[in-house]
Design a protein around this ligand. Structure first.
Ligand code: BG6
Length: 461
């Protein structure tokens, strides 16, 4: 209701989804098609194409673990044997295998069928392998789309264009010229209605193992030979496999986990995480900061600081590439401080790119230095509304283009790195550090980067 139907509606309105298509909602809830359309109407709000779009919607009540209704569902799909079929499993990963087995049992994996798996795939390497093995019995890897919607965000794709469409950056894109990289995904939202899922997952599984690592890969990968799906994914995989391990020996030094308490978010008083769980004890983290490193020639010694959390002061996602300072300053102290160049890629809100440069303050009065951004806001520059990530990705599935989806080996490599961090936290037995809602996480996250003589980036530098 929040992400998928609006994405489909927008693509329908642009004529990219023909009216012979069907969108079939499936859940255990005992709804019918009319009831589903009613819910969709309420969720989608006013839109000039709403009525025509609602006509595409159908509903079937099914339980992955019970027989009832599956014959009827298979018969419904048999009405359109030649259509591309996309089975989008927006469910807990524990159900992926049951659902795929059902689909396979009815031969629904044949022909132009694809399955979309939402992250996280499993909760560790072992469960991810089990899921991938079992799903692989029914759907070939080429039919399996592991979605990470961060890869569909405009700025992430723009990173490819910036890095590989300009001669300017690539010669500087290495440990010789880059001081460090910061990746922040901050949310103001709290737990919402997702306690059942989130409390078992936590921020490392929910955000870092997938979204943040995928962003890191896009920054750090070698130039692929083409944009073909495997060329890009091969390069990302190499990055994941080059991440320096974090385990019991160094986790306390390189990671910080936090959990929000009551505070103020989006101008409103909000309860703490444990209050939302109604008193159930929990040591699930809602905030993580990590100093990651990539052990290869290009990146040796360049820290990648990752940070994500719920109930932070603003909804903001960005990648900051901080270049090394000039080797020697020719300016008098009165000219003011010299700042490092930074390339800031803003994913949301206000997608855009800023390149911070040092210039002379215009006018008389001696040479004073100013740090200013070359600023390209995509909305202003192109006057277009950015499509939501799901709009792009859902159509990629229909078209059969897996470039922006995670291949099995990528998911495994990401778990291989994330697993020992989770194990180290479990072994350490320390509860997550508390932070007040509406703040940038526990003070230890500030200490993590300041120990290295650096600070988390703010928009005005
Ligand atoms: C999802 C996570 O994958 O991404 C959520 O499960 C999170 O916890 C969401 O809120 C953030 O996505 P976006 O596009 O709103 O930044």
């Amino acid at each position: 209701m929040r992400k998928l139907l609006p994405a489909l509606l927008h693509r329908f309105a642009d004529g990219q989804i023909p009216s012979s298509s069907r969108v079939i909602g499936i859940a255990r809830e005992g709804l019918d098609t009319d009831g589903y359309r009613k819910q969709a109407r309420a969720a989608l709000g006013e839109h000039p194409h709403l009525e025509a779009f609602l006509e595409l919607l159908h509903y079937r009540s099914l339980d992955a673990r019970a027989d009832k209704g599956w014959d009827d569902f298979a018969a419904l799909l048999a009405e359109w044997p030649d259509h591309v079929r996309v089975f989008y499993l927006s469910t807990s990963p524990e159900l992926f295998v049951d659902i795929c087995n059902r689909l396979g049992g009815y031969g629904l994996n044949e022909g132009k069928s694809r399955v979309v798996l939402e992250k996280p795939i499993g909760r560790d390497l072992e469960s991810a392998n089990q899921i991938n093995d079992a799903v692989g019995q029914v759907f070939a890897e080429s039919q399996t789309y592991r979605i990470d919607h961060y890869l569909g965000k405009e700025t992430v794709q723009n990173l490819l264009a910036l890095r590989f469409g300009n001669a300017l950056f690539e010669p500087l894109w290495n440990a010789e010229h880059i001081d460090h990289v910061q990746i922040t995904v901050a949310e103001t939202l709290g737990l919402g209605r997702r306690a059942g899922y989130y409390d078992r997952a936590g921020a490392l599984r929910d955000m870092v193992q997938n979204h943040l690592l995928q962003l890191l890969c896009m920054v750090a990968m070698e130039p692929p030979s083409s944009l073909s799906p495997n060329a890009v994914r091969d390069e990302k995989l190499k990055v994941l496999r080059s991440l320096t391990p974090i385990d019991e020996s160094n986790a306390a030094h390189l990671t910080v986990r936090g959990q929000y308490r009551a505070g103020v978010a989006d101008g409103q008083s909000v309860p703490g995480y444990l209050d939302e769980l109604e008193g159930k004890p929990s040591s699930t983290e809602t905030f993580v900061a990590i100093k990651a490193e990539i052990a290869n020639w290009r990146w040796a010694g360049v820290p990648f600081y990752l940070r994500t959390g719920k109930r932070l002061p603003e909804r903001m996602s960005e990648i900051v590439v901080a270049f090394k300072p000039v080797p020697h300053s020719i300016f008098n102290p009165e000219a003011g401080p010299l700042h490092q160049n930074r390339l800031v890629l803003r994913l949301q809100p206000d997608e855009g790119v800023k390149l911070w440069l040092t210039i002379k303050h215009p006018g008389p009065g001696g040479l004073r230095l100013r740090h200013v951004p070359l600023d390209m806001s995509f909305a202003e520059a192109f006057g277009v509304q950015q499509p939501d990530a799901y709009e792009r990705l859902l159509l990629d599935v229909v078209r059969g283009n897996p470039t922006l989806f995670m291949r099995r080996d990528e998911v495994e490599a990401a778990w291989q790195w994330a697993g020992p961090i989770l194990a180290a936290w479990a072994a350490g037995g320390e509860p997550p550090r508390p932070y007040a809602s509406g703040t940038w996480g526990p003070s230890a996250a500030v200490a993590l980067i300041e120990r290295d003589g650096r600070t988390w980036s703010e928009d005005n530098e």
